[in-house]
Structure formats: C-alpha cells, structure tokens
Design a protein around this ligand. Structure first.
Ligand SMILES: Nc1ncnc2c1ncn2[C@@H]1O[C@H](COP(=O)(O)OP(=O)(O)OP(=O)(O)O)[C@@H](O)[C@H]1O
Ligand SMILES: [Mg+2]
Length: 454
C-alpha cells in the first residue's frame, strides 16, 4: 500500500491523524480536522552540516526597495490599494455572491493587459462566459489570456508567463496534493500558500477572488488573510447599485480607505459624488429619521438612519437593525428608557441605515437616539439637522474623532444645524458663523434641543 502523503491536523490543538475524524480525540472540538500535505523531512548526513547560516545586518545597511505601483485603471480601486497595485503582491477581493467581484477584476485585467501579460484563470465560469462579459463591458481585451482550469498544478505553467494573474475564485481551485474537495479549508490554505510562494519567488502579482460565508467572513481559514498582502471586502446590498470596497488589511497602504462604486450594465465604476447617496428623498417628512455625518475610511458621508416603531403584538418586543450593530441598538434603547424615561419597552423597533451602508463607529450613537426619540414622539426631525456623538451608559454624550471634518461635510451638504458633543465644540468653533452648532453633554439635552423643549 502506498504511503499516505497527507494527514489531518486539528486547527485547535495540532493533533494529527492519518484519517479524518469528526471530533478531535485530543481537545474534543468538533469539525476542526483539516487535511494537510506531509512535508518531506530533509535529513542531513553526518558531517555535511551547512556552513552558511543566515546573518543579521544593521538596519542602516538594508537596501531601500521602493514599491513599484501600477494603476489598475480604476481610480477608486487605486485609492483603496494605497495608491495603485504593488508588483509581486497578493490581493484578495472578497464579497457576497453577485456583488461584482468578477466584473471589477475583469475590468482591471483588461486594463492591465494593454501593457502587460495578464492571465485570467476562471475556475468558475467558462472562457466564453468571460468573453461575453468582456464584450458586454466593452473591454478592449484582445491581449488578455484566459484559462479555464480548476487544478492549480495544471495552471502553474501558465502563471510563469504572466506578470499579473487573476484567480476567480480561490474556493474553486484545488491542489492535487490533497484529496479533499475544492473549497475545503485545507484546499484553500494549501492553494493560497502555493500561490504565495509563486508570487514572492517570481514577482508575479496575484488577485484572488474569495467567497464569503453566511456570517460575512471570507470562506476559508483566517490563515488565508494572513498570507495576503491586501484583503479587500465588497460591501453593499445586492439590490443597490452602489457598492463599497473596504481595505480590511493592507501591507502597502492604509486600511482607512474605502472606495465607492456604482454597478451599471457597462461595468463597475468609482463614484466621485457619493455624499448624497445615503439620504432619502423623503428626508424630514416622516418621524424616526435623522442624518449623521459618518467617517467611513478617510471620507465623510452623510448617512440617514431610519427607525420604525410598532406596538408589540406578543410579550417580547422585537429589535431589528440593519447597518448598525444590533447589540449597540439594544444598549441605546436601554439608555433612552433609563436616562430619558422614553417608554420603549412595549414597542417593536426596526432600524435601518440607508443604502446598505454599515455604520461601525460609535459616533452614530447619538443619531440612533435622536431617530428613536423622533419615532417615539411621532415628530419628524428637520431635514437640515444633522446629529453625531458617542453615547455612554450614563447617558452622557462623549466626544468623537474627526469632529471638524464632520461639521465641514454638513456645511458642504447644505445642512443648517448640527447637534454635536459639547467636548467637540471647541474644535468646531470656527464654523459657528456659517452653521448653527448645538453642543450637548447629555442625551436628554439632545432630545430637548431637537424638539424645542426647555
Ligand atoms: N447583462 C447584464 N446587464 C447588467 N448587469 C449585469 C448583467 N449581467 C450581470 N450583471 C450584473 O453583474 C452582477 C454580477 O457580477 P459578477 O459576476 O462580477 O459578480 P461576482 O461577485 O463575481 O459573483 P459570483 O460570486 O457569483 O462570481 C450581477 O449581480 C448584475 O448586477
Ligand atoms: Mg464571479
């Protein structure tokens, strides 16, 4: 019987087994065993000990290597990448199905193919499907090399001839070294590390497309993200035309950058005027909606937060949140109930950040409270009022970063009044003549200011 070349290793404790097991006998965790290739052990003969050992060198003698950057042909993508594509880097683009990953990278590949040798390895779609897409997008892609292959070893030769390679997708390719099916944790890990070795040894730039799981993280192990030089995520609702590309990790640039894209039948393009994308036309008419300047990446965007309240039909009230962390919503409801005596305990509460954007920063807290207070009272908030600030459990309003930038954006977008944390007021004094600034120290003060109560 031939000797097995693979083994199964527990991701949690490192236990190895020659065959797959559902439960690790060592640590007792379920479904943690992943197939791995057994690396051949290199035995050194006695007396042939290598004399050359690695030598450390002073930092001053290290040669400075300037990263060569190439434009992707898409200014928004260049911004997210930190100024362009770095040669020899590995970039992972993840996102929900149908969000536009293949579309964006086909466009990039076609642009690069004008001057470079570019290979598009399509493991998911046939070459004719890719050609059809290129034609639909009106891409001049005569020099773009296409390959429909799922076995990584078979495609290796083709990689060596290219300067740029797009792999669509990493979950669809497999390595012959493992017997597990394509897309399994072991396969994704093995394929990614093999690609990394090729990229680093030959200076080939790789773009990998990755699928995300139901939880929104990249399918495959975390190690996939460690191997990559840059990890970019596409965000946005499938039904919306605009998408946000966010850098989750970038070894050659800031992770603060985001790109805003619009999906059209001619392709996916960067948007320059994005500030009013996340506002509704009916702003200011209905109760429960308010606008907040959100700092997403290095950009400030005006985002509308909408809430809806309905009397609870059953004993337990429902709380649903899209775009704002549901746990954060529950905490803010508790603050409003306890510190501002708002009777929310018998209401089902639904919250939505417009346009499918995700508000991860605490500066949206005060706006969420304002929207909830407005919905509870049934009084609409003036459409020219914006609110931002972090809310503490004691009901105090805490200072947030980039206050000047936020007020400036409100001014630019034609807002007339901004409710902001008192501690941020000093930094924003200079805008006092051009926009009404209402500093508040407590959530209760904000509610009084909003609804003109004394
Ligand atoms: N003929 C068409 N006209 C307009 N838009 C189209 C057309 N065909 C596809 N699209 C758009 O392109 C999107 C699919 O883009 P793309 O194939 O790049 O997504 P993807 O992220 O690669 O998806 P997957 O994960 O399935 O590979 C669709 O959701 C649709 O909005
Ligand atoms: Mg695709």
């Amino acid at each position: 019987m031939p000797k097995s070349t693979t083994q199964f290793v527990c991701n949690e404790c490192g236990y190895t087994s020659p065959k797959w097991l559902g439960r690790c006998p060592d640590c007792g965790k379920f479904n943690t065993l992943v197939e791995e290739v057994i690396a051949p052990v290199q035995t050194k003969k006695a007396g042939t000990m290598s004399k050359i050992s690695s030598r450390a060198m002073p930092l001053s003698q290290v040669k400075y290597e300037k990263y060569e950057r190439v434009s992707s042909g898409n200014p928004e993508l260049d911004i997210v990448l930190g100024g362009g594509i770095v040669r020899g880097s590995l970039v992972l683009v993840g996102g929900d199905p149908g969000i536009g990953k293949s579309t964006l990278l086909t466009q990039v590949a076609a642009h690069l193919a004008k001057e470079h040798r570019v290979l598009y390895l399509s493991a998911e779609e046939s070459c004719s499907q890719v050609k059809l897409r290129c034609e639909r997008l009106g891409l001049d892609s005569d020099n773009l090399l296409l390959l429909n292959e799922t076995c990584l070893e078979n495609a290796e030769e083709a990689f060596y001839d290219a300067e740029y390679v797009v792999i669509d997708s990493i979950q669809a390719v497999y390595s012959e070294a493992l017997s597990s099916s394509a897309g399994s944790v072991g396969q994704v890990r093995e394929c990614a590390s093999k690609i990394m070795r090729i990229a680093k040894s030959r200076g080939i730039t790789f773009f990998l497309i990755g699928h995300v799981t139901k939880e929104g993280t990249l399918a495959g192990p975390k190690v996939l993200e460690h191997i990559m030089d840059a990890v970019l995520y596409f965000e946005g609702e499938r039904t919306e035309n605009f998408k946000i590309l966010r850098a989750y990790k970038n070894r050659f640039g800031s992770v603060q950058e985001v790109g805003v894209f619009e999906m059209t039948s001619e392709g996916i393009f960067g948007l320059t005027d994005y500030s009013s994308l996340f506002l509704s036309d009916a702003r200011g008419l209905a109760a429960g909606a308010v606008v907040t300047p959100s700092e997403t990446g290095n950009r400030c965007m005006m985002v509308e937060i909408q809430t809806l309240m309905a009397k609870t039909a059953y004993g337990l009230p429902r709380r649903m949140s899209l775009g704002v962390d549901p746990n954060r919503l529950i905490v803010l409801i508790a603050v409003l109930e306890k510190r501002c005596a708002l009777p929310l305990g018998t209401q089902d509460i639904y919250l939505n950040a417009m346009g499918g954007i995700k508000l991860n920063e605490p500066s949206a807290d005060l706006a969420v409270c304002a929207a909830l207070a407005s919905a509870e009272r049934g009084v609409a908030i003036d459409k020219y009022t914006a609110v931002f600030g972090e809310v503490g459990l004691t009901g105090e309003v805490r200072a947030v970063g980039y206050a000047e930038k936020r007020v400036n954006e409100c001014l630019k977008m034609g807002f007339k009044r901004v409710i902001l944390p008192e501690k941020n007021m000093k930094a924003c004094e200079k805008f006092k003549d051009r926009i009404e600034l209402v500093p508040v120290a407590y959530v209760s003060r904000m509610i009084k200011a909003l609804f003109a109560e004394s």
